[in-house]
Design a binder for this molecule. Sequence first.
Ligand code: NAD
Ligand code: MG
Length: 289
Amino acid sequence: MTNTSGEYAKQNFPKQSQPEPGLQSKMSPTPDDGAASYVGHDRLKHKKALITGGDSGIGRSVAIAYAHEGADIVLNYLPEEESDAQEVKGIIESLGRKIKLVPGDLKNEAFSQKLIDEAVSFFGDLSILTLVAGKQQAEVDIANLSTQQITDTYATNVFSLIWLVKAALPHMQPGSSIITTNSIQAEQPSSFLVDYAGTKAAIKNMTMSLAKQLANRGIRVNSVAPGPIWTPLQVVGGQLPENIPTFGQSTPIGRAGQPAELAGAYVFLASNESSYVTGESINVTGGLK
Ligand code: NAD
Ligand code: MG
């Protein structure tokens, strides 16, 4: 995937599609999760991180990087993604870190609370809450945007954020960090992502208000805004099928990003290196503004 100078190649992707939520292992080429390249420096030693959407794509590269940095991990994903999650478990255990897998649907408030309970019973408390899970389905015509899709997209991307933060806060000590995932779509919405782009704007905004609310408890709240990244989300209907081959090529850098290229931003926001940063969103967009 990288050329001789170590840069990621600029290449067309083969046309492909999978049913939601999709498996990273079935993508061609397989996204780069950083397992072979990430170098840790103990920046998250003794930290305990719950990561949603951690089986694949961006969340998977974050989980692997956090483990390289010394954190133990609780990973959430959908039951259909068990095989991707088992791969992540193997990688993290090979690094000598502890990991607990908790599959389940974040659209369900009771499950979101149970996920926090499971993480707290595994760890004792929680120092990093990294919310990466998300739903994105392209729909070119608002006449066809179903109430089911609107409800599912908002429940997954927005409601679960509130449910998880509410449930987690009693277990988070000063010095803890909450990280959300918004998108270039929060500022530059595509015509065919009306519902999804709205959720990402909401997440960016909620990150800022939560940051103000929680600062005096010593808890920082920040976000990462990815641009076009090569992940399952894009090939399960998140992107229009005709856009897949040249996906990401309209960015100034001229290619899609790889999940591994997001990990550094999530590590920075989780670590004490960002102790004076809150209410911020870091763009990792290939230069898109
Ligand atoms: P991905 O498909 O690898 O990850 C999304 C994950 O969300 C899935 O693995 C799944 O485990 C989880 N998920 C979806 N619905 C769920 C539910 N109801 N309950 C529990 N988990 C659920 O794709 P990705 O691109 O790595 O997505 C990660 C995040 O990055 C998302 O929030 C997405 O909106 C955001 N993002 C992605 C891009 C991109 O170009 N790939 C760009 C901007 C933002
Ligand atoms: Mg997945």
